[in-house]
Ligand binder design. Structure first.
Ligand SMILES: Nc1nc2c(c(=O)[nH]1)N=C([C@H](O)[C@H](O)COP(=O)(O)OP(=O)(O)OP(=O)(O)O)CN2
Length: 143
């Protein structure tokens, strides 16, 4: 059985090598959907009976490890020295990425933020990162 939880964050980024306006400092309303898989809990009378895991706990993990790291912050590529220097002076919430902070990169980052933080028996299957309502990336831990 698979269940999914969505959170939304506001963040800035830039793709300095992009030929389009994506090379500007700009912001997005990011939507992140985590899909987890497990068996429905059968403990009779338990508070998670009939659930893979409580949506509430999945939300808490996503808020702590994704929202609270990037909401109202800025994602900057470690090789983008000029912007990195400016953003580190200006912002207290900065996510420094190994690759340009595309939707693909951020989906992978979010997946790795969650993968080892789920309850026993619950597997993270996929993270979907919407950069805009029309553009998104899916990462399943493999490619
Ligand atoms: N594979 C990727 N391509 C692009 C990425 C990305 O992360 N991965 N990012 C961008 C830009 O940052 C930008 O946010 C996308 O802009 P745009 O295509 O204009 O998005 P819209 O949804 O506003 O476009 P509509 O045409 O209005 O749907 C570029 N490429």
């Amino acid at each position: 059985m698979r269940i999914s939880r969505k959170i939304e964050i506001d963040y800035g980024h830039t793709l300095p090598n992009s030929f389009s306006f994506c090379n500007q400092l700009h912001g997005h309303r990011g939507v992140i959907v985590a899909t987890v898989e497990g068996k429905m809990i059968e403990r009779t009378g338990g508070d998670e009976e009939g659930m893979v895991m409580d949506f509430k706990f999945l939300k808490e993990i996503m808020v702590e490890h994704i929202h609270d790291k990037l909401d109202h912050g800025f994602a900057v590529w470690k090789e983008d020295h000029e912007d990195l220097e400016f953003i580190l002076k200006r912002n207290s919430r900065v996510l420094i990425t190994d690759e340009p902070p595309t939707a693909e990169c951020l989906a992978k980052w979010a997946f790795n933020q969650l993968r080892h933080r789920l309850p026993e028996g619950v597997l993270l299957r996929e993270v979907r990162w919407y950069e805009t309502p029309n553009n998104w990336a899916d990462y399943d831990g493999i490619q």
